[in-house]
Design a protein around this ligand. Structure first.
Ligand code: 5GP
Ligand code: MN
Length: 322
């Protein structure tokens, strides 16, 4: 039986002609795949859909119809949806003129429930997996394009089914998405294997100053690195995933310098540890195994503060685990 909230969402979709969907700044594959997957399903149902990522979708050119994604919203809409985002500030300025979202679909346990309807399922490995479950309840259907977008989200957030929250239920969802037309090998290749030359050189800058102490492995990427190498993004080009493959790293950290005295910090933790709380305390959020925050201060100040606190956290979590 369809739950009451799903029925309410279905009715809201049915009565809405123009729908705006947004996700977070520095989008990852789950943000872009969930946004496009839901957006294409709504378009198929005859809706006028605006899909907006403030930082654009250049990294996701392998996703079907990625060029429909805009960097700002225009005109009035009847319904606002936010996907894969635990708090409204992380959407950037996209929602400034639109008020409270009608629907939030997310899997972060730090979610602030900032929508009228909140479909927040922290046990799910990706927002795209939540959408896979609910699309039929909301009167929407899967095309091969929708399936490709959703499987991209799942592959992205599980780093290719490698995270400890991957279970048989998720693999069955992935198998169903393949039956619906998603191309797993192609998604895997585009999303996880192939990297632009500039991104790998950018990794080189970070790897050249890699540090290791007391179970923590970390490095930083500076604005000067990006300028020198001509790396176009404002992110870490997924270098944090390389850092978390270092055997000595119980927690891996990366500090990415941003303009205006800000630093983007990413944490990655081994199974059994939880870095979502520390990210939340620094004004960000995320999951037990992967979390992030934008922190004000110079690169060296932020590094110092975060490393001290993360070391304390690791010591405490190891002590209480016995
Ligand atoms: P990453 O470190 O790769 O940016 O993100 C890891 C996880 O933490 C993702 O699920 C991401 O959505 C979340 N996250 C990263 N940065 C922030 C932030 O500034 N605020 C919040 N609320 N979540 C974040
Ligand atoms: Mn996600």
């Amino acid at each position: 039986m369809t739950k009451e909230i799903d029925q309410n969402i279905k009715e809201k979709i049915e009565s809405s002609e123009r729908i705006l969907i947004a996700s977070h700044v520095r989008p990852d594959a789950d943000a872009a795949g969930s946004l496009l997957g839901l957006g294409l399903a709504l378009k198929q149902a005859g809706k006028q859909v605006q899909m907006v990522l403030e930082d654009g979708a250049d990294k996701f050119q392998y996703l079907p119809e990625y060029d429909l994604i805009r960097q700002s919203a225009q005109a009035k809409v009847d319904m606002v949806v936010v996907v894969d985002c635990s708090d409204p500030t992380r959407v950037g300025h996209v929602l400034d003129d639109y008020g409270r979202p009608d629907l939030v679909v997310d899997h972060h346990k730090t979610n602030l429930d900032f929508g009228t309807y909140n479909v927040v399922e922290p046990e799910q490995a990706a927002t795209a997996a939540i959408l896979f479950d609910h699309l039929p309840d909301w009167g929407l259907s899967y095309s091969p394009e929708v399936a490709n977008c959703l499987l991209s989200g799942i592959v992205g957030d599980t780093i290719g089914f490698r995270t400890s929250n991957v279970n048989s239920d998720l693999l069955r969802k992935a198998a169903s998405l393949m039956d619906l037309g998603a191309d797993l090998a192609e998604i895997y290749r585009e999303e996880l294997v192939m990297k632009p030359f500039t991104a790998v050189r950018y990794w080189g800058s970070g790897l050249s100053r890699l540090e290791h102490e007391d179970g923590l492995v970390w490095t930083s990427l500076t604005l000067a690195d990006r300028e020198k190498i001509e790396y176009a993004g404002n992110d870490d080009a997924d270098l944090v995933n390389v850092l978390s493959s270092v055997k000595e790293a119980e927690i891996a950290l990366i500090f990415v310098e941003q303009p205006q005295n800000e630093v983007k910090v990413s944490w990655r933790a081994n199974p059994g540890l939880d870095v979502s709380g520390i990210a939340f305390e620094f004004g960000g959020g995320g999951h037990a195994a992967a979390a992030g925050a934008d922190i004000s201060g110079t690169l060296s100040e932020v590094k110092k503060r975060v490393i001290i606190e993360t070391k304390k956290l690791l010591e405490h979590q190891k002590a209480t685990k016995g």
